[in-house]
Ligand binder design. Structure first.
Ligand SMILES: *[C@@H]1O[C@H](CO)[C@@H](O)[C@H](O)[C@H]1NC(C)=O
Ligand SMILES: *[C@@H]1O[C@H](CO)[C@@H](O)[C@H](O)[C@H]1NC(C)=O
Ligand SMILES: *[C@@H]1O[C@H](CO)[C@@H](O)[C@H](O)[C@H]1NC(C)=O
Ligand SMILES: *[C@@H]1O[C@H](CO)[C@@H](O)[C@H](O)[C@H]1NC(C)=O
Ligand SMILES: [Zn+2]
Length: 404
């Protein structure tokens, strides 16, 4: 994940209206201030938690947290029955962010999710009416892993601005930020959660959004405001008779959110392949990665794919999952301003194929999330890769394409 707006900020501001420039400057200070306040609050809260796995206040005992979590999951509306006429490809037009022109900032593509689907429809990989539309995650759903305190912090636009790394967002009324930014994210969260149910039923599911792997129950960051991966897994534990989950996180960045949330939870095995020289430098969360594969800046396609083969081979012997959550960020692409790796578009296709082959061969349900990678070219690359999965019969999108 991670939002490429910041590195291109100076260049991009030139193209914006003068008032926006003024706003940015005026409120940069506000953002900085609230940032330090926010960090201070988090430190205080994490001290209060003192090493327990609880995501609520320190007065909770484990049983209470567990019981409340279970009743929230059982009363959720996010799991609903999907007719067989639909394909486990999940997307809603509510995913896309359009915010007063901010989404046009080069090279950030905040409607990549809609563009991926657009390509899949045009290329006749899937029918429009076969796509599954999820529901928005409610507060009750989010409380399965998030604390009230964390959700309340999103009621301040400055905090959201910091989390998504778009400073001007700090100046907008929170109702607008909720509607334009957090509402799309909550819909994507609903999609990730539903994807596990569909994967269990059909063998695979792709949420065309989600993969907010920097967010944990207590802390957002790096463009990630909700911990959709942690939520998805907790729902699977309660509702899908699943007790062992493997996260394969191949976004360029380290997945510190889910790593923090499942730190000492032996039901979750994490294979994380990331560039250690970029955000988030979360050394504590790194200790919770079961299988760490570091790929340094400049790594090219062949070396990357070789390391992936080796890693998958090792993981087979280490863990026997009942569900795979595949975080398929495309910020490993050559030219991505943040990932700093040099993987070609065909390399992405090969990578996704390897992971799907790995899961499908062993009959392990797999959920794919698109995660980070917001270059204009990312949507095309992702759509091409999904097309290839269909061509290679690793997924069935109902179009009966010829195998190659
Ligand atoms: C934990 O809380 C539950 C209800 O919230 C209570 O029934 C249980 O006895 C408590 N357990 C301990 C060890 O305090
Ligand atoms: C739950 O999973 C276990 C092992 O994976 C299986 O033996 C059992 O039949 C499952 N139960 C249900 C209700 O599906
Ligand atoms: C992926 O599929 C496209 C279109 O079907 C094809 O042109 C391309 O060669 C494929 N790439 C790989 C790496 O299989
Ligand atoms: C898919 O293709 C196969 C072989 O070409 C054909 O027998 C089958 O009827 C097709 N299925 C559908 C749903 O079109
Ligand atoms: Zn990333």
């Amino acid at each position: 994940m991670k939002n490429p707006v910041v590195p291109s900020w100076t260049e991009s501001t030139r193209n914006l209206f003068k008032p926006v420039i003024v706003l940015v400057i005026t409120f940069a200070a506000t953002v900085k201030l609230s940032q330090s306040l926010y960090r201070y609050n988090l430190r205080r809260r994490s001290r209060a938690r003192s090493g327990t796995m609880s995501s609520s206040s320190s007065s909770d005992n484990g049983t209470g947290v567990q019981a409340r979590r279970r009743s929230r999951i059982l009363s959720s509306k996010l799991y609903f029955d999907i007719p067989n006429s639909k394909v486990p490809l999940i997307y809603s037009s509510a995913y896309d962010i359009t915010f007063l022109g901010i989404e046009k900032l080069h090279p950030f593509d905040s409607s990549k999710w809609g563009r991926i689907c657009g390509f899949l429809l045009v290329d006749n990989v899937v029918d429009k009416n076969c796509i599954v539309e999820p529901l928005e995650a409610s507060k009750n759903d989010l409380l399965v892993v998030h604390s009230e305190a964390y959700l309340n912090c999103l009621k301040k636009s400055a905090n959201v601005a910091m989390i998504i790394e778009v400073p001007p967002v700090a100046v907008f009324p929170n109702c607008l930020v909720q509607q334009k930014v957090l509402y799309p994210f909550r819909n994507q969260v609903g999609g990730t959660i539903l994807a596990a149910k569909l994967a269990k039923e059909r063998g695979w599911a792709i949420n065309v959004g989600g993969g907010f792997h920097h967010c944990s129950g207590e802390k957002g960051g790096g463009f990630c405001a909700y911990a959709d991966i942690s939520l998805c897994i907790h729902f699977a534990f309660e509702r899908l008779n699943i007790s062992r989950v493997m996260i394969i996180d191949l976004d360029a960045h380290q997945g510190n959110g889910h790593e923090t949330d499942f730190a000492n939870d032996c039901r979750v095995y994490t294979l994380d392949m990331y560039n250690p020289g970029i955000y988030p430098f979360d050394y504590e969360a790194r200790r919770y990665i079961d299988q760490k594969v570091e790929v340094v800046s400049g790594t090219t396609t062949n070396e990357y794919l070789r390391k992936l083969d080796e890693a998958l081979e090792v993981s087979v012997h280490s863990f026997d999952p009942e569900l795979i959550v595949y975080n398929a960020g495309t910020d490993i692409l050559d030219g991505d301003p943040l990932g700093r790796l040099k993987i070609s578009p065909d390399g992405i296709t090969n990578r996704d194929e390897k992971v799907f082959r790995f899961a499908r061969k062993r009959n392990i349900p797999i959920v794919m999330l698109t995660s980070g990678g917001y270059m204009k070219s990312s949507a095309r690359v992702i759509a091409d890769s999904i097309t290839n999965l269909s061509n290679k019969c690793l997924i069935d999108t109902g179009k009966n394409m010829t195998a190659t």
